[in-house]
Ligand binder design. Structure first.
Ligand SMILES: Nc1ncnc2c1ncn2[C@@H]1O[C@H](COP(=O)(O)OP(=O)(O)O)[C@@H](O)[C@H]1O
Ligand SMILES: [Mg+2]
Length: 343
């Protein structure tokens, strides 16, 4: 884990200063300041509706801020659209994938930048070779560049969207909920890429509603709540409890009244109604150990499982909707109740 002084000494690649953006009375961003440094993975956390995607859209030219400014290195940065943003070195993998279903994978990746023959026509063979090279260089296997996104799984489409951004070799890569459609091995692939990019001096903004993922990958973390930046911390400087409290704006003890359970042999993972957001109407949900391990790759699952199994609470956010707690099953009644509600 890099120390604070190391991060603060790194070059500030992108700086957002006092950004505000309102939609018909909804203050999506209020005076948000944020920066991304070379060589860091900066997690951006917050509940659904906190303003994360809006921030990314303002930075990349999808939306105009009402006030505030963004600087790329020392220059004002106001790209007219995401293509211009990418060309200037700020690549965003958007939460809503902007792939064009009628084009092939490779045409999507090199959209706007297709290699041309001397006659000015698209050099398809060269584009194919370039895509093969790209996929090989980033370790992406099993996606046929000549297929159309509509024929691919959601996960494969997500991988293509990531590859499209990486193909332009940007200095800053923003991943907005890029893991939500991915399985454990694909997330592992993305983390490996992310680490390699950071090691090469790029700045990465990692947006996820899975707190455990952010915890695993990030050097710094910024929390947005109701359109405001409520804090930026270096990894290790804030506990997962602290992060959740920052996201929800309440102390964790208020969310989890103290339970005097003793660790039993059998443990369960439970998602509990925690009023995480106005739209949350969620019953308690029990997840089996197996279901839990499916949420992570095995190594991470094992690590988290060991780390938290005696702690009574697992500090992660499930589907951006509720908190997950890990607690021992202490009685048959609890088991019985847990059985009534299935994931
Ligand atoms: N195009 C839009 N029109 C109106 N409201 C929007 C629009 N985009 C976002 N919002 C609102 O702005 C707030 C922030 O949304 P968003 O940035 O998508 O949050 P997040 O990505 O953190 O879940 C939410 O209240 C959302 O409903
Ligand atoms: Mg979003």
């Amino acid at each position: 884990m890099p120390q604070l002084n190391q991060i603060s000494q790194r070059e500030r690649l992108l700086t957002a200063d006092g950004l505000s953006k309102a939609f018909a009375g909804v203050h999506a961003l209020q005076e948000v300041s944020f920066d991304v440094r070379g060589g860091e993975v900066h997690a951006l956390l917050g509940e659904n509706g906190a303003g994360k995607s809006t921030l990314v859209k303002v930075i990349s030219g999808v939306l105009r801020a009402d006030s505030g400014e963004v600087r790329l290195r020392d220059e004002p940065f106001a790209p007219r659209d995401p293509g211009a943003s990418l060309a200037a070195g700020v690549g965003v993998v958007f939460q809503e994938l902007p792939l064009i279903p009628d084009l092939t994978v490779m045409e999507n990746i090199y959209f706007d930048r297709q290699p041309l023959s001397p006659l000015g026509t698209v050099a398809r063979r060269r584009m194919r070779a370039r895509t093969d090279e790209l996929f090989a260089s980033i370790g992406l296997a099993g996606i046929n560049p000549t297929r159309q996104p509509r024929d691919l799984s959601v996960a494969a489409r997500q991988l293509v969207a990531i590859a499209k951004v990486l193909a332009a070799d940007p200095d800053i890569v923003v991943l907005d909920e890029a893991t939500s459609a991915l399985g454990p091995s694909e997330v592992a692939w993305l983390f490996e890429r992310t680490r390699a990019l950071a090691a090469a001096g790029k700045g990465i903004v990692f947006i996820s509603h899975r707190l455990a993922e952010a915890d695993e990958i990030s050097d710094r973390v910024t929390v947005l709540r109701n359109g405001r930046n409520v804090g930026t911390w270096t990894a290790g400087e804030i506990s997962p409890d602290g992060l959740i409290s920052a996201m929800l704006g309440r102390r964790l003890e208020q969310l989890y009244p103290e339970q005097h359970n003793t660790p039993g042999d059998e443990t369960v993972l439970a998602v509990r109604e925690l009023a995480a957001g106005r739209r949350l109407h969620h019953p308690d949900i029990r997840l089996s150990e197996e279901a839990f391990s499916r949420m992570y790759d095995q190594k991470t699952a094992a690590r988290h499982w060991r780390k938290w199994r005696h702690n009574f609470r697992l500090l992660t956010v499930a589907q951006g909707r509720a908190l997950i707690t890990l607690h021992p099953q202490t009685s048959d009644t609890a088991t019985e109740e847990a059985r009534k509600v299935q994931p």
